[in-house]
Ligand binder design. Sequence first.
Ligand SMILES: Cc1cc2nc3c(=O)[nH]c(=O)nc-3n(C[C@H](O)[C@H](O)[C@H](O)COP(=O)(O)O)c2cc1C
Length: 182
Amino acid sequence: MSNKKLSKSDATKNIINKEAKLSDTDFIVSKTDTKGSIIYCNEVFTKMAGYPASDLIGANHNLIRHPDMPKLAFKVLWDLVKDKKEFFGFVKNLMRNGGYYWVFAYITADLDANGNIISYTSVRRKPPQSAIDAIEPIYKLLVDAEKSGGMDASAKLLTNFLKENKTTYEELVINLQKGANI
Ligand SMILES: Cc1cc2nc3c(=O)[nH]c(=O)nc-3n(C[C@H](O)[C@H](O)[C@H](O)COP(=O)(O)O)c2cc1C
């Protein structure tokens, strides 16, 4: 028996347009080590992702990465948390059956008494439908830009979008989670 852990390459390639929704009272919680391998997940996580905890613990968090997510979102995430800052964002996650679920995610570094990063923690809840409706076309533009011009292209696009809308990434995300329109 192999004890090789699951990774993104083991995730289903059979993407289906089937959405699962978190309930209003659900929280999805997970923790990773400093490299992004899962060291803890709660029951709601296992239920939504569709894997037993025994498959998830030790696996890289990118096991549930959905191809509709722009690379830029994860760059923003890691740049912030490695810098001990908080990340807030909307994430479309891949289920084992090829379906997806949207979350509003909060991710932060866990520090020891000396301020060293020892792990990362994420808590997610259900986003309002208006936020998903607003963010989905933006992510599509970013993913398309990345296909032709890489992350430089998507970063430029996002910067221009924020400038045109006279907002910042943080402000946009918090307003969308409050149910506001862009
Ligand atoms: C605490 C924590 C939670 C994360 N949660 C998710 C998540 O729910 N979905 C996801 O796709 N990536 C999540 N990530 C980011 C992944 O580590 C990874 O950067 C992302 O899936 C993109 O992977 P890739 O660059 O290998 O494609 C999380 C990272 C951390 C530190």
